[in-house]
Each structure stands twice: as C-alpha cells, then as structure tokens.
Write a protein that binds this ligand. Structure first.
Ligand SMILES: Nc1nc2c(c(=O)[nH]1)N[C@H]1C(S)=C(S)[C@@H](COP(=O)(O)OP(=O)(O)OC[C@H]3O[C@@H](n4cnc5c(=O)[nH]c(N)nc54)[C@H](O)[C@@H]3O)O[C@H]1N2
Ligand SMILES: Nc1nc2c(c(=O)[nH]1)N[C@H]1C(S)=C(S)[C@@H](COP(=O)(O)OP(=O)(O)OC[C@H]3O[C@@H](n4cnc5c(=O)[nH]c(N)nc54)[C@H](O)[C@@H]3O)O[C@H]1N2
Ligand code: SF4
Ligand SMILES: [Mo]
Length: 700
C-alpha cells in the first residue's frame, strides 16, 4: 500500500488565505480540511477549498497547447506555440505599432505569486499601453483613493476587524465572499467576536444579506446613493463638532476644503434619496465618533457603481475624521513580509499619464478600464488593438457588456489565452496555452498579505509535481517574454525574487526568508496590525491629503446626476445589483460537480410586492432586459430585497456555444453581464458601474 502523508498549504481561490490540511494516500486525496495550526485561519475553510481536487483532476482541464484550425482545435507543441505567437504578435506590432497588442489579466493572477512577479517583464517585452484587468471591474476606486490621499495605490487601509468596537459595512457581504480588501479567514467568527465584546456591526445594503442578518442593524439603501450617505455622515461630524483627528492630526492636509465641500449634504437633505432617515444617519455619525474604536468598510457595492471613486475617498475620510485611521480597531495598514509599497515616495504614479483612444478614459495602475476594451478592439484607426492576450481571465462573462467582447475577440487578427479551460473567452483565441493550477503550484500571497487583518507569512510547495510536458503560468510568461525579445533566460525564478523580498523586508531581523517559511509549513505569525502610517506614507510632502481636488471636482458630477431625485424610467423601472454565491468563485469554479450540484442558484431575487405587480410566481422564468441586452432566468421571491431592486448572481452564463466544460454546461445559468452596460462607469476612475443598471422584468 502506498504511503499516506499530510500536506499543508494555503487555499488560492479567494482572498481569505485559509490554511489547508490535505491528507493523501499515494496520489489520492483522502481529505481536504482546515489547518487548525495555521496561525491566521485557525482551521477555517469553506466548501470551495474541497473542490481544489476537482480542478486538479478535471478531465476537461487543458494540458496541451491548442491551436484553432479550420478543422477545429489541434494539439501543438509548446515550441510551435511560442514561435507562432512571437511571429504573429511582432508582425502586427511592427506594422501597426506596439499598442496594437492588448492584454487582459483576470482575477487568478492575484492569487499566483509567479504571475505577480513575472508579469512586469512580460509587459516590458510587449511594450503596449493597452493593458486591462478585472481590477477596473472591482477595486480600482480603492487604489485611486490611496494613490491621491496616501501616495501609493497599493497602500490600502484595512479594517482592524479583530479589535474594532463598531463596524459599518457598506456594500460588502463577507459572510459569503469571505472578505475582500480585508483578508480575514473565518470572517463570520471575527464579526461575531465584535458583538461578543460588546461592539456593534451595521450593514448598509439594498439587500438584507447573509451578513446583514447577523449584524446588529441592517439599513436598506437605494443603489448608488452611498456617496450621499457618506457625505451626510461627514457633514454631521463637522456640524455636531465631532471631528477628532487623533494622532494623525499634524499630517492631515485639506480639512477646511473638506468641511466646505460636505456642507451642502445634510442628512435631512439626502435622506429620501438614500432611503435612510436623517436621524438614523446622524446616529451612524455619532456611533462612529463615540465608539472606543470604529471603522467604516465599503467594498464592491460601493466600488462598482457610478460614484465608486467618491465612495472610497469618503470611506477613508470618515475613518480619518473620527480618529480611526491607522489606529487599533480602526482602518489600519498591514506590514507584509514581502512588501509592494516600499520606496514609492516621490515616484510619479501612472494616473492620467495616458487617455484611452476611443472614449478618453483615464489610465491608472498602468492600465485602462476594461469597460472600454471592446471599443479599443472594434474601433478602426491608429492604435486599434489587433492582437490580444487574455491571462487567467474570462471577460466575456465578467466585464460590463461582456457580450460585445465576443464580437470584439472575433474581430481580432490574433488572440492568445493563457488559461486552464476552453471557455467563453478562450474559445475565441487562436492559441490557448494551458497553465498548471492550484495544487500543483507553489503558493505565497504577494497581494493578500498586503490586505490582511493580521500580519502573517506562509509559503506552500506544490502538492503534486506537474507532468513534464506542463508549464506553470510564470514559465509561460517567461517563454513569451524570451520569444518576444529574442533574449536569453537569465535564470531568475519567482522563488528567488520572493526570497530576496523577504530577506530585505520588514522582518529581515527576525530571519525572514523562503527557507524560514519552508521550515514553518503552517505559516509564521507576525502579530496584530500596528499603527505604522507615518513610516509607510508615500506622499511627496509626507502629508495625508484628505480632500484631493479631483474628488472635490467630482462632487459636481454627483450633484448633476439624478441620484437626488431619481427619474423613474417607465421602460426600465428596476435597479439591478449582483450577488456572490457561497459555492462558486467568479466564472471558473462551475465545472466541479461538488460545487454545482443541487438547485439552480442563478435566480432573480425580487421583492414580493414587485413580483405581485408583475404577476410573477416563485420558480417562474422571467426576462430581464436593459437597453443593451436581455436574459431569462427563474424568479425567487424574497422580501430581503429592497423594493424596485433585483439581484442576480455574477459569474454564470456557461450557456453560450459548446466549450468543453461539461459540468458547467449542464447547469449554465445566465450571464448578468449580458445586460450590464460598458458605457456605465464611474467617470472619475473608469471603474465599471454594475450596480444600479436600469432593467425591466417581465414574465416569459
Ligand atoms: N456584474 C458583475 N460583474 C462582475 C462582478 C460583479 O460583482 N458583478 N465582479 C467582478 C470582479 S470582483 C471580478 S474579480 C471579476 C473577475 O473577472 P475575471 O478575472 O475575468 O473572471 P474569472 O472567473 O476570475 O476568470 C478566471 C479565468 O482564469 C482561469 N483560471 C483559473 N485558474 C487559473 C490558473 O491558475 N491559471 C490560469 N492561467 N488561468 C486560470 C479560469 O478558467 C477563467 O478563465 O468579475 C467582475 N465582474
Ligand atoms: N463565494 C464567493 N466568494 C468570493 C467571490 C465569489 O465569486 N464567490 N469573489 C471574490 C471576489 S473576486 C471579490 S472582489 C470579493 C467581493 O466581496 P464583497 O465586496 O463582499 O462583494 P459582494 O459579495 O459582491 O457584496 C457586495 C454587496 O453590495 C451590495 N450592493 C450592490 N449595489 C449596492 C449599492 O449601490 N450600495 C450598497 N451599499 N450596496 C450595494 C450587494 O447587495 C452585495 O451584498 O468576493 C470574493 N469572494
Ligand atoms: S474562504 Fe476562500 S480561501 Fe478560504 S477555503 Fe474558501 S475559497 Fe479558500
Ligand atoms: Mo474581484
């Protein structure tokens, strides 16, 4: 009988960084459980981690490079694939300039340290400004706020959930998402602990979510009015003399401008627009100001909307005005062992360095908004994208107005996808390069340790050796880079770069290194978050900018919009929002039978009063239409919805042409992004505005 063994690693699916204990007999996985000895996650796990074995064993997963031919997909060698790609892409760039090649990066890149470390080299080789990623359908407003207020887009304040006494959660559902820009494994327990120590959790959301149900208070809000709510709370803090800046007071610049700017937004004036009473809003301001410690945490619901930029700025403003910034129990700054925010001081950011060609949208973090990717491919002229790489992304399902990207990808001269599946996006490629995944990849969380509620570090070696003919993502990126440049390999690996960063980072004096982490397979605890902003601040003048001009200017756009007095469009009377499901991650985990079995979860949640008016019954199929498209899916009547708002899951829609993901195709759901609109963005940051898309609902 083959030997049994236990392997420890970190789950790479979502941001929570749960430690796993995997028991094996030979090559067979006996169990995947939470690792009780992981100093951070302490045994927490969710159903998705158990499915890691399904992705590894998935017979639909790609293992050989594929080339599209007139007779269908053909297996080709790696050598042939890299040579053809380099020849075609360089040919297109030689004729049409470097920007004729585009790149889209998807979410799994953030969970793969090899990619994080090797991508800059690949970008340099490709030399294009036409870079896009899922960040502009997600957290871009957080980066813009940190860039303008703190001098570095990656220096993001994280709620100190383990010590706070009052947590105001706006547009996040951590009980299902497991936390975002708040890596907090076992977030449910951490929220409960707030209540157990006498603190309070308040959730603001157009849906009474799983998180809202566990909170002390839930406030329904009309979608896209969060900026008004946050402004009114700031107004109240000034109005009632409750501003207390705390230890950062000498560093805060722009307070007078801020006070002037928030003056017009009294709770009494904006209450009706938000759907929250003025007294309740004043109460929130008082609780934030009076709690021993408090934190305001705004996430997807407040980011992927027309005023996402304003929301994330104002979120930071509230934490600053109540003295809760960089303070225990407030919004704090992790000190990761591998630090992405070092020595950025005085280095100009890329914000606004370029403008997108067609819609003149801003460039940030080295990229343009994904909402304009289809425009850049489909609009003829100098600088048009003619060749495209997608790397671990599925923008046909994930980006706003995704359906138009299918047309765009078909119009390309050449497309390459680095992925593990033949799916809705990669099926448009000319060549697909299959990467290794999950259990066969070494793991260190370069990004999520920067967003974690506790400082820890952990490295996991692969559980399974990849087969000799397979390549890791980073090896694919290296080969693409070498073939594009014609250079020789310098032998540098992501592990070497990680080791260098660890050895020269903040814990160097504690012997931090890759070898040290290998000796501690459960991970190393580096302690609770500590006030450290004065050292980590990256603004050139060393000050915190509480009222950057671009935000003050953007208030005019808020005022000119219809948020204050929404005009009900009789053709599209509903407001659409998205939701996440406990057993799926974005678009790519639906080929695990374990995760998709049971009732179809891709339903419309709608309030009973709305359903009654439309004559809709539970389980009946309804058609949801927007000015840009329509989808049909079952109705689920749910009085946890705000009236006139409907909710549909994101990440579904494996019902296009046959791809090859048999289980996903058997229960496909529909894509919410067939009705969202790529023209709806936060004009300030360019982030997609999924929330509040105007739709109609009708029985079919
Ligand atoms: N309407 C609406 N749209 C949304 C959202 C929403 O809330 N509402 N959420 C947005 C958010 S937050 C995000 S992050 C985006 C996600 O948008 P994307 O990143 O575009 O979507 P994913 O499903 O994460 O795509 C992952 C792709 O990578 C592949 N893959 C998985 N693992 C690996 C790997 O190890 N290596 C490689 N090379 N490929 C791999 C998968 O097969 C899949 O094709 O969607 C956004 N879209
Ligand atoms: N199970 C699971 N976990 C995941 C993912 C997944 O697909 N499945 N995806 C991962 C990814 S990529 C990310 S980015 C994170 C995101 O994690 P979260 O930020 O927690 O995102 P959501 O769960 O989408 O929660 C957003 C909430 O905003 C609400 N909302 C919508 N519009 C508005 C609005 O206008 N105002 C307010 N106040 N609220 C609004 C929605 O009802 C929803 O409850 O989750 C990650 N974790
Ligand atoms: S919560 Fe996230 S990191 Fe933890 S086990 Fe689930 S998918 Fe993995
Ligand atoms: Mo995301």
């Amino acid at each position: 009988m083959s030997e049994s063994k236990t392997h420890y690693r970190t789950c790479n699916i979502c941001e929570a960084m749960c430690g796993l204990e995997i028991k094996l007999q030979g090559e067979d996985i006996l169990s995947i459980k939470g690792d009780n000895d992981d100093p951070f996650s302490r045994g927490h796990i969710c159903p998705k981690a158990v499915a890691l074995q399904d992705f590894y064993n998935d017979k639909d997963r790609l293992k050989t490079p594929l080339k599209r031919t007139s007779d269908g997909w053909q297996d080709i060698s790696w050598q042939q694939a890299f040579e053809e790609i380099a020849t075609r892409v360089r040919g297109i760039q030689d004729t049409h300039g470097p920007n004729a090649a585009g790149v889209y990066l998807g979410n799994p890149n953030a969970h793969n340290f090899g990619n994080a470390i090797m991508l800059p080299r690949f970008f340099k080789a490709l030399g294009t400004n036409n870079r896009y990623s899922s960040a502009s359908a997600d957290q871009l407003p957080h980066h813009v706020a940190s860039n303008y207020m703190l001098g570095a887009g990656m220096l993001i304040p994280i709620p100190d959930i383990d010590h706070t006494d009052f947590m105001l959660i706006i547009g996040a559902n951590p009980l299902v998402s497991n936390g975002s820009l708040m890596t907090a494994p076992g977030v449910g327990k951490r929220l409960k602990a707030i209540q157990q120590r006498g603190g309070k959790v308040v959730v603001v959301d157009p849906r009474r979510t799983e998180t809202a149900k566990k909170a002390d208070q839930h406030l329904f809000i009309r979608p896209e009015t969060d900026a008004l709510l946050l402004l009114a709370i700031a107004h109240t803090l000034f109005d009632e003399g409750r501003v207390t800046l705390g230890h950062l007071a000498p560093l805060i610049e722009g307070l007078d401008q801020l006070e002037d700017a928030v003056k017009p937004y009294s709770p009494e004036r904006i209450a009706d627009a938000c759907g929250i009473g003025a007294d309740t809003i004043r109460g929130l301001a008082r609780q934030l100001a009076d709690a021993k410690s408090a934190v305001c945490y705004s996430r997807m619901g407040a980011s992927t909307q027309s005023f996402g930029g304003l929301c994330q700025w104002l979120n930071n403003v509230l934490n600053l005005l109540t003295g809760n910034f960089d303070r225990r129990g407030g919004a704090m700054f992790p000190q990761p062992a591998f630090d992405l925010v070092r020595d950025k001081k005085g280095k100009p950011s890329s914000y606004g360095r370029h403008e997108s060609r067609v819609r003149k949208l801003p460039f940030f973090n080295g990229e343009f908004p994904v909402a304009t990717l289809a425009d850049e491919i489909l609009t003829p002229g100098e600088g048009q994208i003619r060749a495209m790489f997608t790397i671990a992304g599925n923008p046909v399902l994930s980006s706003p107005g995704g359906a138009r990207l299918e047309e765009a990808f078909d119009a390309l001269e050449f497309m390459v996808s680095v992925d593990i599946y033949l799916n809705e996006t990669t099926r448009h490629a000319d060549i697909i390069l299959p990467a290794t995944t999950g259990l066969e990849v070494p793991h260190y969380d370069v990004f999520f340790n920067s967003f974690a509620v506790r400082n820890t570090a952990k490295f996991s070696d692969p559980l399974f050796e990849k087969s000799p003919d397979q390549m890791h993502d980073w090896e694919i990126l290296r080969e693409l880079t070498l073939h594009l440049t014609g250079r020789e390999d310098d032998g540098v690996t992501p592990e070497m770069m990680l080791d260098g960063g660890l050895r020269h980072g903040a814990y160097a004096d504690q012997g931090m290194s890759l070898a040290h982490l290998r000796e501690n397979p459960h991970g190393v605890d580096l302690g609770a978050l500590q006030p450290c902003l004065e050292q980590r601040l990256q603004t050139e003048d060393g000050l915190i900018h509480i009222a950057p001009e671009l935000y003050l200017d953007d208030l005019a756009r808020l005022d000119a919009s219809d948020v204050m007095s929404p005009s009900k469009d009789p053709h599209f009377p509903f407001s659409l929002i998205s939701r996440r499901l406990p057993r799926s991650h974005n678009t790519w985990t639906q080929n695990s039978h374990r995760l998709v079995k049971g009732k179809n979860p891709c339903t419309i949640l709608i309030h009973s009063a709305d359903a009654k008016q439309l004559g809709l019954e539970n389980g009946q199929t309804a058609r949801v239409a927007s000015p840009t498209g329509s989808i049909q899916l079952p109705v689920e009547i749910d009085d946890d919805m705000f009236e006139s708002v409907i909710s549909i899951p994101q990440g579904w829609g494996h019902n296009r042409q046959h791809t090859g993901m048999a289980i996903a195709e058997a229960q496909p759901g529909v894509s919410i992004n067939d009705v969202t609109d790529s023209q709806r963005i936060d004009q300030l940051t360019g982030n997609a505005a999924f929330n509040g898309t105007r739709v109609s609902v009708q029985a079919v």
